[in-house]
Ligand binder design. Structure first.
Ligand code: CA
Length: 493
């Protein structure tokens, strides 16, 4: 278990972060106020009463749309341009607007299987017809694990993501509908339509890796006996706002989930962290929510990111400024990457079909806890060709045609749910572990993987000009693989 790590994820989201400034929808102002409404997080002192803060919000022309009293955090909407100064005072520890602090989901490309490919694979009705293409499952020793258990329905994994298709033939029986919700906007909406996918099937793919049914259809999940709950935190513009994440963590904590999978990051790193006075309350709120969930028995599993970035040396951002001179940023504790960086979170790197680090996977000694298959469509052939089948096959939902299917994606987003699935199996076989015990258990039962010697260059034959080299540091616990590849059998035997 790591403790109070600091790291950042340089992500592809940098290019589109600016769009987040406009992504908090304005709605018509009411009560005579002028201007568009904005969303604010208002923090009462931790452990204190929120009554005073509630009164101050009302007096400042704000409306509390969600009150997470457990952690002293309120989601407030207001059209008052002076809301931040007006609400300040006794009983309010801090306040900040969240506009511009959404991070875009690193969704990845989906390559869908064709109907012909699916039909061709359905020759054996006694087995999952597409299982033969799930190279990732033998890699984590899953067949032997399933001989022991496929998981208990008492274990519920919260999928904080873009929703789960409840009409998918491989998922319809796997969803704990009574524990599913949308948290978009920071407000709970349990209508089934609200937590189904709209503009992204990322969460549907993640959910299939965790728990796709053993039903003679499509694919197998890592833990098909457990349940997944959709906790939709990604809005229709693919942004994850802090208020949605706060809502999601509290929801998971209050609905008996033992695990959440977080294949996204709330990442201020690409923003100006030096002027963080405005951001600090936002990250404090998210960290309170994560801590609360952990204290309620929820293990947070998170993806490391897809930037081939050394998270152990994040204090130097190689991309900023662009004059070739790395700048040491004035990052402090309010500027952390969440959820991956919060204490107690299990952080996952990705490997491809050879078992080597995926070319995109971020890494870092003391940061990565375990590794799992995330796919690498460019590694098996050492760069000669890009091979879709070297990505991860799971459940998909075409958001244009509104149809369910199966297809490939790759990323640490795909690695993290393998770990969540193994964790769910471990809890099924060995109930009662605390989040900390479970995290340690997964690390202890992982198959240690040594660092490659020298400078790692996964795709030397590709003349793309892109640099995917990396240097792995550490011994049996190292920056590429953490404690090693999760092993489902060793986690249940
Ligand atoms: Ca299936």
């Amino acid at each position: 278990m790591k403790n109070l790590r600091r790291k950042a994820l340089a992500t592809a989201s940098a290019l589109v972060l600016g769009a987040g400034l406009a992504a908090v929808a304005g709605s018509p102002a009411t009560g005579g106020a002028t201007g568009a409404e904005s969303t604010f997080l208002v923090l009462a002192p931790q452990g204190g009463k929120a009554d005073l803060a509630v009164a101050r919000v009302a007096a400042a022309d704000g409306t509390v749309v969600a009150n997470y009293h457990q952690i002293g955090v309120m989601v407030v909407r207001s059209a008052n341009p002076d809301f931040v100064t007006d609400v300040a005072g006794a009983g309010v520890e801090s306040v900040a607007p969240t506009a511009g602090l959404g991070t875009v989901l690193d969704e990845g490309d989906t390559v869908e299987m064709t109907a012909a490919q699916i039909a061709e694979a359905t020759g054996d009705p006694t087995a999952e017809p597409l299982y033969g293409q799930q190279w990732d499952l033998p890699m984590i020793d899953l067949p032997r694990a399933h001989a022991v258990t496929t998981g208990s329905p008492d274990v519920v994994v919260g999928v904080l993501d873009s929703g789960i298709s409840s009409s998918h033939p491989d998922l319809a029986t796997q969803i704990a509908k009574d524990k599913s919700t949308s948290c978009v906007g920071g407000v709970v909406d349990t209508a089934e339509a609200a937590w189904n996918p709209t503009t992204s099937d990322h969460g549907t793919h993640v959910a299939g890796t965790i728990a796709a049914a053993l039903n003679g259809v499509g694919v197998a999940g890592v833990a098909p006996g457990v349940k997944v709950a959709a906790v939709k935190v990604v809005d229709n513009e693919l942004y994850i706002y802090p208020e949605a994440a706060v809502c999601g963590f509290i929801w998971a904590a209050e609905h008996g989930m033992q695990l959440t999978n977080n294949s996204y990051y709330i990442d201020p790193w690409q923003l100006n962290c030096r002027n963080d006075a405005r951001q600090r309350p936002v990250w404090q709120a998210v960290q309170r929510a994560i801590r609360y969930a952990q204290n309620k028995g929820v293990l947070t599993v998170a993806a490391a990111g897809n930037s081939n970035f050394d998270l152990a040396h994040k204090f130097v951002d190689p991309d900023s400024p662009n004059n070739g001179i790395p700048e040491v940023r004035g990052v402090n504790g309010a500027c952390v990457v969440l959820p991956a960086e919060a204490p107690g979170v299990l952080t996952v790197s990705a490997v491809g079909p050879t078992g080597e680090k995926s070319h995109y996977s971020s890494y870092g000694q003391g940061v990565i806890d375990v590794a799992a298959p995330g796919g690498d469509s460019r590694i098996r052939t050492r760069g000669a060709t890009s091979t879709t089948a070297d990505a991860i096959l799971s459940t998909t939902f075409n958001t244009v045609t509104r149809t369910n299917g199966w297809g490939w994606k790759q990323g640490t987003s795909m690695a993290s749910p393998h770990v969540a699935g193994v964790a769910a199996l471990a809890l099924s076989a060995h109930p009662g572990m605390t989040p900390g015990q479970l995290a340690s258990f997964l690390a202890r039962t992982a198959g240690s993987k040594r660092c490659p010697a020298g400078r790692y260059d996964p795709i030397p034959l590709i003349p793309t000009g892109a640099d995917f080299t990396a240097t792995c540091q550490g011994g049996t616990r190292n920056g590429f693989y953490g404690a090693g590849m999760v092993n489902a059998y060793d986690a249940v035997k």
